[in-house]
Structure formats: structure tokens, C-alpha cells
Design a protein around this ligand. Structure first.
Ligand code: C2E
Ligand code: MG
Ligand code: MG
Ligand code: MG
Length: 290
């Protein structure tokens, strides 16, 4: 995004940048030690409640400060980490950091929180990869991390992609179900991009659908594509009928935000509201009256 011109402090990870040219070997060689070298960091993107525009929580998004190639977005290294298994310790590190961050936000212990009052319950969303999902320690690890930080399960939302759950049998869903029973929110990420049967939704322990950015994009035109309006509206009705909340990803314009509010979406996330940025940036989005 450097081409967009100067003043943007919060650069997003851009898969279109030179990063594409980085050869896989360089990443593979550096990845195993990156956690010990403390090269990962998290950015957070606020989730906005459509009803009143307030911040409901924030999604943790991992980045890698690569010793040679500089800042890399997750699309560059998560698949590799998943492949090599590093995702398990990396994912645990992300969870620890994010949950600790939730504690700091909730207690008003973050620099930049001028009100200093803290916000509870303010949630943090953490992405889980398929390998983490199938790891036997997922439930005990998650409980341990929450307890160590003194954060309630209700303050955590785990995001799992729809495709990671396709074909999962009851045994494979059990860990997520246990976490959901403890009060952890479970969101189906990138919803609509997989091929899961809608009827399948009923048996998943999800509390939230995160509608993929591709659907939000269809609402950008004036007038919006009627097919996209119908589709999003239909998904929202179905989700609500099943007792699920709907979050929309990739809201970039006022027009989209307006349209999605009319379609009764619950929560929104996107550049129109805020780009992913440092944890200290989040309190600025809390309204003083919160
Ligand atoms: P995701 O979970 O679907 O996260 C949303 C992605 O959309 C993020 O990309 C975010 O920066 C981007 N985004 C947010 N708003 C907008 C918008 O208005 N327009 C556009 N064009 N993009 C927007 P990011 O940070 O590059 O992350 C990409 C993916 O990497 C994530 O997709 C998630 O699947 C994965 N990921 C990120 N952090 C982690 C992590 O800690 N663990 C695991 N397993 N995966 C992660
Ligand atoms: Mg996500
Ligand atoms: Mg997503
Ligand atoms: Mg996505």
C-alpha cells in the first residue's frame, strides 16, 4: 500500500507487494526459530456493533517481522506454519498474547485509554487453524491461558473457518463444543466460501457467522447487486433463526455499512471503521460514554 501515498501509518499486510517474490526457502529456513527470536507481533482490528456503533471487541491478526524481508502478513506464513506444525506453538503464543491484551483493555491498563476506565466485557477474537483445532491440548490449553490471565471465557471468541469444519464428525467437534459450553464464542470465519451444506450449520457449535468479504464487495455498487442483497439478507435471516449472530468482514465504504445495517447484520469489521493496528490504537474507538 506504500503507493497509496505516504501518510498511512497502519500499513496492512499486502500479499500483492514484493512479498510475493520471496522464495519459499527463505521463509522455511527462518520460520522455525522466529517464535524464539520474538519476531511475531499482533495487530488488532475492532469489531463494531451495528446497532449503536460501539466497539464489541477486536480480532487479533498475526504479523511476522522477518529479519530479511521485513513485515509479512499471515497469508505469507500461516500456511507454511500449518504445514510444518509450528502453528501449534505459534497459535498458543497468539492466544496468550491476545487474552492478556483483553485483560489490559478490560482493566483500562492500556496506554492511550484516556478514560482509563477499562471496558468489560470487551472481547478478543483469535483465529484457529485446522491443526490447532485437531490438537488434543486445545481445550486444556485454552482454559489454562484464560485462567492464567484472569479473563472470562465470554471474553474470548475463537474463529474457525467453515472449511476446517467440513466433514468433521461429532468427535472432532467435541473440543469446540466443550469450549462453547464454557462460554467461549465460536465464530465460523470466511463463511460462504466453503461448500458446507447450510443444514450443516445446525450441528456446529458456532455462535457467530463471519460472512466473507466477497459478499460485502457485492454491496459496493450503486445500486447494490440485487442478488448479493438477497443472498446476504437470506443468510442473516437464516443465521438469526438459528440463534447465530452475523459479523460482516471487509466493510470498506459508507454505502456498504449502510446496506449491511439495513440487512440486519449484527457486527461489522473493515477498513471503513478501522484498519488492523497496535493494541494501543483500540481505546480510541471506544466512545467516551461506554
Ligand atoms: P481473516 O481471519 O478472515 O481476517 C480478516 C482479514 O481481512 C485480515 O487480513 C484483515 O486485515 C483483512 N481485512 C480487514 N478489513 C478489511 C477490509 O475492509 N478490506 C480488505 N480488503 N481486507 C480487510 P490479514 O491480517 O492479512 O489476515 C489474513 C488471514 O490470515 C486471516 O483471515 C486469518 O485466516 C489468517 N490469520 C491471521 N492471524 C492469524 C492467527 O493468529 N492464527 C491463524 N491460524 N490464522 C491467522
Ligand atoms: Mg478471522
Ligand atoms: Mg475472516
Ligand atoms: Mg478472510
Amino acid at each position: 500500500r506504500a503507493k497509496d501515498g505516504g501518510g498511512n501509518r497502519y500499513e496492512v499486510a499486502d500479499p500483492d507487494s514484493d512479498a510475493r517474490a520471496i522464495d519459499r526457502h527463505s521463509l522455511t529456513n527462518h520460520l522455525p526459530g522466529a517464535l524464539e527470536r520474538d519476531e511475531f507481533f499482533l495487530e488488532y482490528q475492532p469489531l463494531i456493533r451495528m446497532l449503536d456503533g460501539r466497539v464489541d471487541g477486536a480480532e487479533a491478526l498475526v504479523r511476522w517481522r522477518h529479519p530479511v524481508h521485513g513485515r509479512l502478513g499471515p497469508d505469507r506464513f500461516i500456511p507454511l506454519a500449518e504445514h510444518t506444525g509450528l502453528i501449534v506453538p505459534l497459535g498458543r503464543w497468539v492466544l496468550e498474547q491476545a487474552v492478556e491484551q483483553a485483560y489490559f483493555w478490560q482493566r483500562g491498563l492500556v496506554e492511550g485509554d484516556s478514560a482509563g476506565a477499562g471496558r468489560e466485557p470487551l472481547r478478543v477474537n483469535v483465529n484457529l487453524s485446522p491443526r490447532q483445532l485437531h490438537h488434543p491440548d486445545l481445550v486444556p490449553d485454552t482454559i489454562a491461558v484464560l485462567e492464567a490471565a484472569g479473563v472470562s471465557p465470554e471474553s474470548l471468541c475463537l474463529e474457525v473457518t467453515e472449511s476446517a469444519l467440513i466433514g468433521a464428525d461429532e468427535d472432532e467437534l467435541k473440543p469446540l463444543r466443550q469450549l462453547a459450553e464454557l462460554g467461549v464464542d465460536i465464530a465460523l470465519d470466511d463463511f460462504g466460501t466453503g461448500y458446507s451444506n447450510l443444514a450443516n450449520l445446525r450441528r456446529l457449535p458456532a455462535t457467530t457467522l463471519k460472512l466473507d468479504r466477497s459478499f460485502t464487495q457485492g454491496l459496493q455498487q450503486h445500486p447494490a447487486d440485487p442478488l448479493d442483497v438477497t443472498f446476504v439478507g437470506g443468510i442473516v435471516s437464516l443465521a438469526h433463526a438459528l440463534g447465530l449472530r452475523v459479523t460482516v468482514e471487509g466493510v470498506e465504504t459508507e454505502a456498504q455499512a449502510q446496506q449491511l445495517r439495513e440487512l440486519d447484520c449484527d457486527t461489522a469489521q473493515g477498513w471503513y471503521y478501522a484498519r488492523p493496528a497496535s493494541p494501543e490504537s483500540i481505546p480510541a474507538y471506544w466512545s467516551p460514554s461506554d
